[in-house]
Design a protein around this ligand. Structure first.
Ligand code: P6P
Length: 327
């Protein structure tokens, strides 16, 4: 079995990027250990505070964020970092080469019910002369990511990573090593499985209403296929299922908060997941353009997400064409 380092060296990944990924993974291994302790470590439940998103922070949100911050700021390669749990970017080494954005514990509402959660991360080059604590340094499209991935804390702990040379899966062994367990993942272009939070249906735009209605009509409907549905409420787990067996995941714009383009965040959810999905032959769009082509206006910017099996995403997009959307 090939270790992560060996695989990255064989892909000609720079020693500096390998060092940065390693540093990030040290924190993720500590998070994995804490999660396994659960209630025994007295770390479940709410931290009694809200983050910049207005979401109640879990104790583990704060702990995970602190672990990642501590490790990344100790790495001389990190010029700055931005986190879902930090109102503003945090400056690192002024001579650092990279910027890191992350969601320290995605799906944390699932922690107290023992359902899989994950750390999502995205690595950008620090623009020449930028201030690593200045938001403008981070406002780069997803196409500029040098690496992205997630660590899924589940029945097994997995790293899914891309440096732009395919999407690969590594499994964490008891030794603390990540071993390559699946390389050059390819998402099936067709699927019979969709993931969306149906309780929001009345708030969607007509295009999404029409598409999901057709999915629900199954073989008797215009799509002539019996679909199944999944909703785990952990984007990391949904994306992992799609990378593993195909599917389409949607968190569309809805009228509950019409000023926001969506619930999920562009810089540390949409972009990293889009790199992994595209590198695996899938599509990832906000219903109007590929997510990685969106030019960010803020580090906590939201984005609508439709991602997964190429032909199914293309099918969903046909409902969003101007002439169809009037339907
Ligand atoms: P809802 C988790 O809070 C998250 O950001 C994603 O991981 C997940 O897909 C989504 O929100 C779940 O949202 O509205 O179903 O709770």
């Amino acid at each position: 079995m090939k270790r992560l380092h060996q695989f990255l060296r064989e892909q000609q990944t720079s020693p500096e990027l390998i060092e940065l990924i390693d540093t990030l993974l040290v924190a993720c291994k500590e998070i994995a250990y804490l999660l396994k302790q659960g209630a025994l470590a007295g770390i479940l439940g709410s931290a009694g505070a809200e983050n910049v998103q207005g979401e109640t922070q879990k104790k583990l949100d704060v702990l995970s964020n602190d672990l990642l911050k501590r490790n990344l700021l100790s790495c001389s390669l990190v010029k700055g970092l931005a986190s879902e749990e930090e109102d503003f970017p945090v400056a690192g080494n002024p001579d650092g080469k990279y910027l890191v954005t992350f969601d320290p514990l995605d799906g944390s509402s699932n922690i107290d019910v023992n359902v899989s959660v994950g750390t999502i991360f995205s690595i950008l080059r620090a623009p020449e002369g930028c201030d690593g604590g200045d938001e403008s340094a981070f406002l780069q499209s997803g196409r500029r990511q040098v690496a992205a991935g997630y660590v899924l804390y589940g029945p097994s702990n997995l790293l899914v990573l891309s440096t732009g040379k395919g999407t690969h899966i590594f499994t964490l062994a008891n030794t603390g090593d990540f071993f390559l367990t699946r390389e050059y993942v390819q998402i099936p272009t067709e699927t019979k499985e969709f993931a969306i939070n149906m309780s929001n249906q009345r708030f969607w735009e007509p295009a999404m209403q029409n598409y999901v209605n057709d999915l629900l009509q199954g073989e008797e409907g215009p799509l002539s296929k019996r679909y199944n549905m999944r909703w785990i409420a952990s984007m990391v787990a949904e994306v992992h299922r799609i990378l593993t067996r195909g599917g389409i995941f949607m968190y569309p714009f809805d009228y509950r908060e019409p000023k926001k383009p969506g619930k999920l965040r562009l810089m540390y959810e949409g972009n990293p997941m889009s790199l992994l999905v595209e590198q695996a032959g899938g599509l990832s769009t906000n219903a109007h353009r590929n997510i990685m082509d969106v030019e960010p206006q803020g580090i906590h910017e939201r984005v609508a997400v439709i991602l997964g099996s190429k032909h199914e995403v293309e099918n969903a997009l046909t409902y969003h064409q101007p002439e169809a959307a009037k339907g």
